[in-house]
Design a protein around this ligand. Structure first.
Ligand code: GDP
Length: 399
C-alpha cells in the first residue's frame, strides 16, 4: 500500500476513536446532571423549625415564671422535649385584683354583739345611774377589756360626766366612746430605716397568724412598689417555710430559708445580706414560736435581734402578733414577749372571728403597746391599719 494512504488511514482512525470517546463521556455526564437530586435543599428546614420552637419555649418559660422568680432556662428540658406543663404555682386569680379594704364594722360582728345588749340596756333608761355604770362594767369585762383597765376607764368616764355635767345615758355612752378613742389613739405607721434595708421582725407563739401577717404585709409593700425579702426564721417547722414561700411567690418577694432545725438568726442574717445585695427595701422576718421556756425564748429573741441588726440593715419594728380570740391569755403571752425583746407594736389577728375586741384596751393599758395592724380575715386584703375611731365606733354600732 502507498505509505501516504497508510498515514491518512491511521490519522482518520485516531480522529474517529477520539470523537466516539468524547460523545460517550458527554452523554454520561448529562444523565448525572439531569437525575433528580437525592438530597433536596430542604435538608436544612427541620433545623430552622427547631430554632423557632426553641425561641417559643424560651418565651413561654419567662412568661410562666412567677413574678420576682428567676427564670431558670438552663434547667429546661432538651429541645426535643414537649412544651412545659402548666404553671406549677397555683394562685387564686383574686390575688391579682386590687385589694378591697374590709371595714371594722362588717368584720367585728362578735365583738359588737357582746357589747350591744348591755349598751341597749343602759340606753333603755334615760338618766345616768349607778346601775348604768354596773352594766357598763360588766359589758367591758365580758368584752375582754380586763378588770383593771375597765375600772380605770370607768373612773375617767365618771370624772368626764361630772366635769361636763352630762345627764343622759346617750351622753354617757358617748363619753365612754370618747375615753376609749383617746386611750387607743396614736401613730400606727411602721417605721423605716434611714438606709435600706428596713427589717421588721415578727414574733409570737405558733398559730397566732405570724406567717399570714407577713404575707399580707408583703403584698401591701409590693403593691406600694417596694422590693421585699422574706426570711423563714421559723426553722422548727418546714411547713412554715413552705407557707411563707407561697406568700412570697404571690407578691413577688424573695424567700430566704435555711435547713430545718437550723439557726433562725443565721437565716435572718442571710436574708438581710441578700436584701442589701439586691437593693431590696424591706426584710420581713418570721421567727420561731415554739420555745419551751421563757429563758430560752428570751435568749433566742435577743440573739435574733442582735444578729439582724449586725448586717447591712436596721431593725425598726419588732411586731408581736397576737390572736385576738385568745382574749386574756393573749395578754399573758404579750407580757412574756414584751419582757423578752423590745416589742414596738402589736398585730392583732383574727379580730373577725370570735374575738370580743376588748383585748386592744388591755394591751394598751397594761403594756403600753400600740396595736398597729389588725387582721380581719385570711386573705391578703384582710389586713388594716388600726384606726381607733373606726374600731370604737364599730364596737358600739348596732348589731
Ligand atoms: P403562725 O403559726 O403564727 O405563722 O400562724 P399562721 O399564719 O400559720 O396562721 C394560723 C391560722 O390562722 C391560719 O389558718 C390562718 O389562715 C389563720 N389566720 C391568720 N390571720 C387571720 C385573721 O386575721 N383572721 C382569720 N380569721 N384567720 C387568720
Amino acid at each position: 500500500m502507498d505509505p501516504i494512504l497508510v498515514v491518512v488511514l491511521v490519522v482518520l482512525a485516531v480522529v474517529l476513536i477520539g470523537a466516539a470517546a468524547f460523545v460517550t463521556t458527554r452523554s454520561t455526564r448529562g444523565e448525572a446532571l439531569e437525575a433528580p437530586p437525592e438530597v433536596p435543599e430542604v435538608t436544612e428546614a427541620p433545623l430552622e423549625g427547631t430554632v423557632i420552637e426553641e425561641t417559643l419555649l424560651e418565651e413561654r418559660v419567662v412568661e410562666e415564671a412567677p413574678p420576682g422568680a428567676e427564670a431558670t432556662l438552663v434547667e429546661e428540658p432538651a429541645l426535643e422535649a414537649p412544651a412545659p406543663p402548666e404553671p406549677v404555682v397555683e394562685e387564686p386569680v383574686v390575688e391579682e385584683a386590687p385589694l378591697a379594704r374590709p371595714s371594722f364594722r362588717d368584720r367585728l360582728s362578735k365583738a359588737r354583739s357582746t357589747l350591744s345588749g348591755y349598751v341597749g340596756t343602759v340606753l333603755s333608761r334615760s338618766d345616768i345611774s349607778d346601775e348604768s355604770y354596773d352594766e357598763l362594767e360588766e359589758a367591758l369585762i365580758r368584752a375582754d377589756v380586763g378588770i383593771g383597765p375597765t375600772q380605770q376607764l370607768l373612773d375617767d368616764v365618771r370624772a368626764r360626766v361630772k366635769e361636763q355635767k352630762l345627764t343622759t345615758t346617750v351622753e354617757l355612752i358617748d363619753a365612754v366612746k370618747a375615753e376609749m378613742k383617746a386611750r387607743l389613739a396614736g401613730p400606727v405607721e411602721l417605721r423605716r430605716a434611714d438606709t435600706a434595708p428596713t427589717i421588721w421582725l415578727f414574733v409570737g407563739v405558733n398559730g397566732v397568724g405570724k406567717t399570714t401577717t407577713i404575707g399580707k404585709v408583703g403584698r401591701r409593700l409590693a403593691d406600694g412598689g417596694d422590693t421585699v425579702v422574706m426570711a423563714a426564721g421559723d426553722t422548727f417547722r418546714a411547713a412554715a417555710a413552705e407557707q411563707l414561700g407561697t406568700w412570697a411567690e404571690r407578691c413577688g418577694a424573695t424567700l430566704i430559708r435555711g435547713a430545718e432545725g437550723g439557726d433562725p438568726s443565721s437565716v435572718i442574717f442571710d436574708a438581710v445580706e441578700s436584701a442589701a445585695a439586691r437593693g431590696a427595701d424591706v426584710v420581713l422576718a418570721d421567727t420561731a414560736g415554739r420555745l419551751h421556756t421563757k429563758s430560752n425564748l428570751m435568749d433566742e429573741l435577743a440573739k435574733v435581734r442582735r444578729v439582724a441588726d449586725k448586717g447591712a440593715g436596721t431593725v425598726t419594728e419588732v411586731l408581736l402578733v397576737l390572736d385576738a380570740t385568745t382574749g386574756q391569755n393573749g395578754l399573758q403571752q404579750a407580757r412574756i414577749f414584751a419582757e423578752s425583746t423590745d416589742v414596738t407594736g402589736v398585730v392583732l389577728t383574727k379580730l373577725d372571728g370570735s374575738a370580743k375586741g376588748g383585748i386592744v384596751f388591755a394591751i394598751r393599758a397594761e403594756l403600753d403597746l400600740p396595736v398597729k395592724l389588725v387582721g380581719l380575715g385570711e386573705t391578703a386584703a384582710d389586713l388594716v391599719d388600726f384606726d381607733a375611731d373606726e374600731f370604737v365606733d364599730a364596737l358600739f354600732a348596732e348589731a
